[in-house]
Design a protein around this ligand. Sequence first.
Ligand SMILES: C[S@@+](CC[C@H](N)C(=O)[O-])C[C@H]1O[C@@H](n2cnc3c(N)ncnc32)[C@H](O)[C@@H]1O
Length: 182
Amino acid sequence: MNSIETAGFIWDVGGGGEGIIGKLNGRKVIAIDIRIEELEETKNDSLKIVMDATDLKFLPSSFDVATSFFSLMYIKNKDHLKVFKEIHKILKNEGRFYIWDVRIPPKHMDKPVFVLPLEILLPNDETETGYGVGWEHKEQDLQHFKELAGKTDFKIVDEWSRDEIFYLELVKHARSTSSSPE
Ligand SMILES: C[S@@+](CC[C@H](N)C(=O)[O-])C[C@H]1O[C@@H](n2cnc3c(N)ncnc32)[C@H](O)[C@@H]1O
């Protein structure tokens, strides 16, 4: 992982826990998380705010960059579309949304929790962690997020997947507001 190049703020959804985006980009990051406990245990220089990603309290067109680093896996699938709509709203035109996440297969009968063990290499840091979620109703894959991007007027500009992990880079469409003269 390398730091994100932008002149503006980076809005990080679910930025508690290890707070990787905040570790990489420090004071440029506004980390929001629905759980105060997650933000309290995060050690980085980001500005931390308790907020629900399905109901953002920022003015529209406020940010150049939004990120979700293995956070959408923690948000109920039925809320994903709302989160995409909210992120689309708070991004400026041409603003970017970077997503790292994981394919979660159908639930195994006797396994209540899906856990992703991850080794994260930053320029000056190395973190080993596990991101775990209740497995019920949590099936997801890259295609699911690409469909949400299509539904919310994001353009896909980059993507990759490695084993079960994937990355998506989305750009908010600049909508044409001018109407042709009579
Ligand atoms: C464990 S973190 C994922 C990893 C984290 N981004 C990191 O860098 O370590 C996921 C976070 O999403 C948060 N979350 C879940 N639902 C949310 C929502 N609706 N709005 C904002 N945050 C949410 C959880 O509280 C959790 O702290």
